[in-house]
Design a protein. Sequence first.
Length: 455
Amino acid sequence: MLRELEVRDLGIIEAVRLELPPGFVVLTGETGAGKSLLVHSLKLLSGERGDADMLRAGAEKLLVEGVFSPVPEELAAVLDELGVEANTELVIRREMAASGRSRAWVNDVPVTLATLQRLAPSLLAIAGQHEQRDLADPTTHLALVDAFGGLETMAAQVAQAFQHWQETRQALAEARSRLAQRRDRLDLIQYQLNEIGAACLREGEHEALLEERTFLRHAERIGELLAAARGALGGDGAVTLLSRAARAVRELSQLGVSVGETREQLEQAELLAEEALRALDSLADRVRVDPARLEEVESRLATLERLTRKYGGSVAAVLAHFKALEEEKASLEGVEEHIQLLEDGEKAAAEAFLTLSGELFQRRQQAALALAKEVTAVLARLGMAGTRMELRQSLRVAADGPLTFEGQRVNPAPWGVADGELYLSPNPGEPLKPLAKIASGGELSRIHLALRTVL
């Protein structure tokens, strides 16, 4: 329970300190007096993010501090994890500077906003003035019963079972669709596999053939250019002349003449010239005039370019497509066996979902009876004595529903096989009617308070 609340420099509040006695406490004031700011201060203690605009004009930082006593037992593990000693009370302090920086402490131990958010559910429950309107939405009623009856875990299991059934059902539908289209697809796959396989593609082949075609197309001119380059370097050409120059400079060096780096430069030039000559000799070996081979290369390149245009833009892409086709073919050829497995899986998933949903249906009915008893007891203290309330669950019956529950075709949902709605009779002798339709605004507010009291 909140025992003390101190707020400094929040909005229009300069400084206020409240000591709250046990029991029901009401704070009243004129519009703009700061009541909402006090609620916002509690949200800051709950770990809600804030910003510098919240500070009072001219203030360097705002401070909110709350003292809670006694300490809820369920927080013992969290506090122990944080290294916080809290025998009789928790003091939560939050500061926010004008720069936007925020800090928080629990019993003087620095903590993060995430830690405050973990602690908050056991310390505070903040209800807005319009929250009772949610009661007018029947889709929220089952969640209230689940929360009261401790059925959230089971409801989550039902939702997971529903999702698993849906995924299995979708996979089965896709497999059946593939089966219907399998023959046409297999024929197309086989045609493409034969076309690509007959070409016997190899990685790097396209680039090698392009280079070879260049040599074959311009063999005579390439030969002439290579001969000219080799002649300039070989025989009595550049290599020999560089060798002579290098020997002469070495002798100069031996005679004591300073030649600087000239000797090394000439020796390096000689080595480079020899390497260039060897490279040109290697190219010359590849040059030949062969019209027949050129025709073979052109034909092979045409085949490769036709396949690359058709299946991916490069030989690597065509080979990847070939591999994907083989995998798809294997998948399609085993589709009947796969469908049988999926049918068995879908049946098992449906049975698991229906079993869980049926159990949840019964437990919700039991929890709703206890919830109605406690809520009506609270309502009696709020001026609504004689009120009756019950949960009515209705199966989601549909003629074309995919599942059968208790002999009826149903259209399942993540929350089970039935919808639920709270019915209310606020006055003795009146029949039960949907809460969303019969309750007035004031009655909704009191019912909301009663629910918050018992939950």
